[in-house]
Design a protein around this ligand. Structure first.
Ligand code: GLY
Length: 353
């Protein structure tokens, strides 16, 4: 990337954290702005993400670089407990991050899984894509790779996330010797999380002014997961997929269900067949329902007892989101403003957990 406004934008996109300067690593030089209407979509926690990505697209940034800078805001946010810094840790109290990227013009992809100590895993995934002959690095290998490229290490476990994890540990298991304090004595942030065990993630897809696509999905994964557990987010075809001639898609929610269906790939293939974006994302939801055979994962009506959400943008700028259960919203910037829009759903019930 050339020095100038865009580089400053990228540096500003991260929080004040030490890893912020690494956000520019592997980013493309800005191009002259093209004639097409740009669109950025993200999952529901992504209003700032789509605004930042759109700002960069308007300045000529590559669509993947814009998406990475957009999600970096959430990765650096200590109050978002589902992504990056401040993410809820694994069962041992260690934050492990997963992220992937795909770049439309080159059909490149890169990802990292179970990455510790690095605030911006999506930026590391871009370096995997650009500076290795591989698509996926995991665990210690991913950390060593990030270090080799100069990503600085920090403790990703914030005081709030530690307290939330500690309360889970103190209340988890009938034979445990850990003892929780009375509910009234808990911190407010812990009370808010009491009884919640879920997946949080952010996906962002960007369509630039030349009609080129880029996307990323980044997460701290399932709260209190078994160390080493990896969900769908860093798996190309599952947590995200794109074809620069067709469209881009991604997901949030129960990653295991998506891994068993490779739903983002399905969505892009549905778009290729001429399906409307809304029908394409609903089709992925239907696949999840049809393949969810495990009684442990079905409610008394036979429906999944979890949620999964999908987001897509087609090459022509049409977009949609859908979830198994109603109530979800996605963030969209259509070139005019950033807004939350309702997603379609298969079932009319909110947030089964
Ligand atoms: N979808 C995020 C995860 O399952 O980890």
């Amino acid at each position: 990337m050339s020095m100038g406004v865009n580089r400053r934008e990228f540096l500003a996109a991260g929080a004040a954290g030490v890893s912020a300067s690494m956000l520019a690593l592997g980013a493309e030089a800005a191009k002259p702005v093209g004639p097409k209407r740009p669109i950025v979509i993200a999952s529901g926690n992504g209003l700032k993400t789509v605004a930042k990505a759109m700002e960069l697209l308007r300045a000529g940034a590559d669509p993947l670089d814009a998406a990475i800078a957009g999600v970096a805001i959430v990765e650096a946010d200590p109050e978002d407990h589902t992504v990056g810094y401040g993410g809820i840790p694994n069962e041992e109290g260690v934050v492990e991050l997963d992220a992937a990227v795909m770049h439309g013009p080159t059909h490149g992809g890169g990802s990292v899984a179970s990455l510790r100590n690095i605030m911006h895993p999506a930026a590391v995934a871009r370096v995997v894509m650009k500076r290795t002959d591989h698509c996926l690095l995991v665990g210690e290998g991913a950390l060593k790779f990030a270090r080799a490229h100069g990503f600085e290490e920090i403790n990703l476990l914030t005081p709030d996330a530690r307290k939330i994890w500690l309360h889970w540990k103190e209340t988890n298991g009938k034979d445990s010797d850990w003892i929780a304090p009375p509910f009234d004595e808990l911190d407010e942030v812990v009370k808010k999380f009491f009884g919640i065990r879920k997946h949080g993630t952010i996906h962002c897809s960007a369509l630039d002014t030349h009609g080129d696509l880029g996307c990323t999905t980044t997460t701290s994964g399932l709260f209190y997961k078994i160390p080493g557990r990896v969900g769908d987010s860093p798996i190309l075809g599952a947590g995200l997929w794109l074809d620069n001639e067709v469209g881009s898609a991604g997901s949030t929610g129960r990653g295991e269900a998506n891994l068993l269906n490779l739903s983002s790939h399905t969505i892009v293939e549905e778009l290729r067949r001429g399906r409307d974006p809304k029908d394409a994302v609903l089709e992925a939801c239907k696949h999840i329902v049809a393949t969810n055979k495990n009684p442990r994962l079905r409610d008394p009506k036979g429906r999944p007892n979890f949620n999964v959400s999908f987001y897509c943008v087609a090459k022509d700028g049409r977009y949609a989101g859908a979830a198994l259960y109603a109530g979800g919203k996605m963030a969209v910037h259509d070139g005019d403003d950033a807004k939350l829009v309702d997603m379609a759903a298969l079932y009319d019930m909110k947030n089964p957990e």
